[in-house]
Write a protein that binds this ligand. Structure first.
Ligand code: PLP
Length: 393
């Protein structure tokens, strides 16, 4: 006998993984350069050279027991202090090492925060379109999950609908800006309005409503768009950060949770996050990577190639008549299926070896996601296929 929900989750591969595996198979048959795979958000710019140099220095200069031993469960003090210093320098955050919990990336950070906030009957909201894993993470933490559909095609916060959805059992709202899959970045003005709404509702309900700010794409922003640091605008914000995308280290599993000391019940929240992580088997984040991060907090990605891809794809598709959400951050493009049926459109594209993900899993049927962290050649090679599909439909 096994757990039915776990079996279902473990054996039903996500649509994204399904397409990615299909792309690998097709590449073996028709050649890699004939497959236009926009399925998976795997960074395609290398980690900064300083990361390699730091690893080499650490391997040379640090004794093996220190380098590879367990660290404190919350993370090395030096790493937490270095991250706090970085947040203070950049955002005047007033962060301290004691507010930080080092995780194996954003995903386990989100699970620990959700587990820490889980109370009987509690509910978490996400703004659709959203990262599909939010749902299993939330349900797995024993909380209800619901989404609030964004205003289309701007993909901004639908304030009236959100107000309706904020019922007394809502304990948190997940915010992801820059957004996967729409590439949206919320302005300071939008976030201030959100802060006012949540403050009003929290006062009405007599308990805090936390923002869980999922920020793996914080540094991936283009043009004039600015990513606001949400704890400065809404004190009850818990940040989940990751170096997966910002330093192109997704397989190394390193990130953090930041519980600002100004947040309501911050000590209790921090303790509950640590306890929830412990229940999930967290022992400590990889020791070597903690030490690398302690020396690399100031590094930022070189976004030139992502930006070039973003512009080529956005302009190319828009000129062909596609409706495209204007991407200001992350590395995704959200495109309206010309026939309104994202599953059929994705299937048709797949028959041309163009792999794009239907929006259903993101809570947004009728749209498809393209991940543009691919080579420029892939972008250029895909455009005639998009044109053909548009002409067919
Ligand atoms: N949140 C969002 C919005 C993501 O897109 C991803 C990964 O793609 C994650 C969280 C998980 O990030 P990590 O690899 O750091 O666990």
């Amino acid at each position: 006998m096994v757990n039915a929900d776990a079996y279902e989750l473990g054996t039903n591969r996500s649509c994204i993984r399904e397409l990615f595996e299909y792309g690998l198979m097709r590449a073996r048959v028709v050649g890699k350069d004939q497959v236009y795979d926009f399925s998976l958000g795997n960074p395609c710019i290398p980690a900064p050279e300083e990361v390699r140099q730091t690893i080499e220095t650490l391997l040379r200069e640090t004794d093996s027991l220190t380098l590879h031993g367990y660290t404190s469960a919350v993370g090395d003090y030096e790493t937490r202090q270095a991250i706090a210093d970085d947040l203070n320098r950049r955002f005047d955050a007033h962060a301290q090492a004691e507010d930080l919990f080092i995780t194996c990336g954003a995903a386990p950070g989100l699970c620990a925060v959700l587990g820490g906030l889980s109370v009987p009957g509690g509910k978490v909201l996400a703004l659709a379109p959203y990262f599909p894993e939010y749902k299993p993470f939330t349900l797995g933490a024993g909380l209800e999950f619901d989404d609030v559909k964004a205003d289309v095609p701007a993909f901004q916060i639908p304030f009236d609908a959100l107000k309706e959805a904020l019922t007394p059992n809502v304990v948190a709202l997940i915010v992801n800006s820059p957004n996967n899959p729409a590439g949206t970045v919320y302005t300071r003005q939008t976030l201030s309005r959100l802060s006012a709404l949540l403050t009003e509702k929290a006062a009405e309900f007599g308990h805090p409503i936390y923002i869980i700010s999922d920020e793996p794409y914080r540094e991936l922003v283009y043009g004039d768009a600015k990513v606001s640091f949400i704890p400065k605008l809404y004190k009850d914000t818990i940040v989940c950060y990751s170096y997966s995308k910002s330093l192109s280290l997704p397989g190394e599993r390193i990130g953090y949770v930041y519980v600002p000391s100004a947040a309501s019940d911050s000590k209790a929240v921090y303790g509950a996050v640590a306890g929830a992580a412990r229940k999930m088997g967290h022992v400590c984040a990889p020791s070597l990577w903690q030490k690398v991060i302690a020396r690399c907090t100031a590094l930022r990605p070189d976004l030139l190639s992502y930006d070039r891809n973003r512009r080529a794809l956005y302009e190319g598709l828009t000129e062909m008549g596609y409706t495209v959400a204007k991407p200001e951050g992350a590395f995704y493009l959200f495109v309206k299926a010309p026939n309104g049926d994202s599953i059929a459109f994705s299937r048709l594209a797949k028959s041309h070896d163009l792999l794009i993900v239907p929006g259903e899993g993101f809570g947004c049927a009728g749209w498809v996601r393209l991940c543009y962290c691919v080579s420029y050649d892939t972008i250029m090679g895909s455009l005639p296929i998009f044109k053909k599909l548009m002409d067919t439909l």
